[in-house]
Design a protein around this ligand. Structure first.
Ligand SMILES: NC(=O)c1ccc[n+]([C@@H]2O[C@H](COP(=O)([O-])OP(=O)(O)OC[C@H]3O[C@@H](n4cnc5c(N)ncnc54)[C@H](O)[C@@H]3O)[C@@H](O)[C@H]2O)c1
Length: 246
């Protein structure tokens, strides 16, 4: 699909990887709508990006925002499901006086923001694509953790679910000219990575990464563009992780 002139919706695009993806899409000539729940970050977006407040876990808000984009632009050609929250909690923590097992409410909350959200937003967008017979490219942002990462039961399960939905949709939606792919980043040098992992853990990760460094947000953005532009890639989960295996 040609990015130039396409209408793109990027969730969680107010900062981090989403912002890098939104910038690159806009740089290549797409009309980009950034949807995020962080209003302060939205207010500071660079010019050239449209912005809208939206919580990806709310079906009502998502329906309303997608209807608004349809009203102003008539279609969505590209959907990047990037919004998510990196979450770590061991399944068993014998040092926790409040209870040694992973909290169930936090498990559900992580699934809501990292997995349900991808279902909710994609369903809202694909309904229009199918009814209007417009072709589309969906790119879901997964993670190397989808393989099962120690200390990340909920997040790993959510991202594995994202991969499974990506492949399922590739099979179901291909007949309408809608492609579904994912990018699975390894550890990228974003604020979210630095806040969620200690210096020691980050050093360990870099040591285990064959390229011996963290990735850059723009390297993830580049991979997203490649999946959008190549019209025969469908159902792929593209690793962008410097060769790291977990
Ligand atoms: N940073 C990494 O190393 C890394 C690695 C693998 C995968 N990922 C994935 O990449 C994506 C982006 O991560 P990031 O590191 O840029 O994170 P980030 O925290 O910097 O940015 C995430 C954005 O999503 C938004 N968001 C969160 N919950 C939302 C909600 N309910 N509704 C709307 N917006 C919401 C936040 O406001 C924020 O702007 C996530 O899906 C994450 O799981 C990141």
């Amino acid at each position: 699909m040609e990015v130039k002139g396409a209408v793109a919706l990027v969730t969680g695009g107010a900062q981090g990887l989403g912002l890098a993806i939104a910038r690159r899409l806009a740089g290549e000539g797409a009309i980009v709508v950034v949807a995020d729940r962080n209003e302060d970050a939205l207010a500071n977006l660079p010019p050239g990006l449209e912005r809208v407040t939206m919580d990806v876990t709310s079906p009502e808000q998502v329906q309303e925002v997608v209807a608004g984009i349809m009203a102003s632009h008539g279609r969505v050609d590209i959907l990047v499901n990037n919004a998510g929250v990196i979450f770590s909690e061991p399944f068993v923590n014998v040092m926790n006086p409040a209870g040694i097992m992973h909290d169930y409410a936090r498990f559900r909350a992580s699934l809501a923001v990292n997995l349900d959200s991808v279902f909710i937003v994609t369903a809202a967008v694909v309904e229009y694509m199918v009814k209007l017979r417009t072709k589309g490219a969906i790119v879901n942002i997964s993670s190397v953790s989808a393989c099962g990462n120690e200390g990340q039961t909920a997040y790993s399960a959510a991202k594995a679910g994202v991969n499974a939905m990506t492949i399922t949709w590739a099979k179901e939606l291909g007949r309408w000219g809608i492609r579904s792919n994912a990018v699975a980043p390894g550890f990228i040098g974003t604020d979210s990575t630095r806040h969620s992992l200690s210096e020691t853990v980050l050093k360990h990760i870099q040591g285990n990464t064959p390229l011996r460094r963290l990735g850059q947000a723009d390297e993830v953005a580049q991979a997203v563009i490649a999946l959008i532009e190549n019209d025969f890639i469908n159902g792929a989960v593209l690793d962008v992780n410097g060769g790291l295996r977990i």
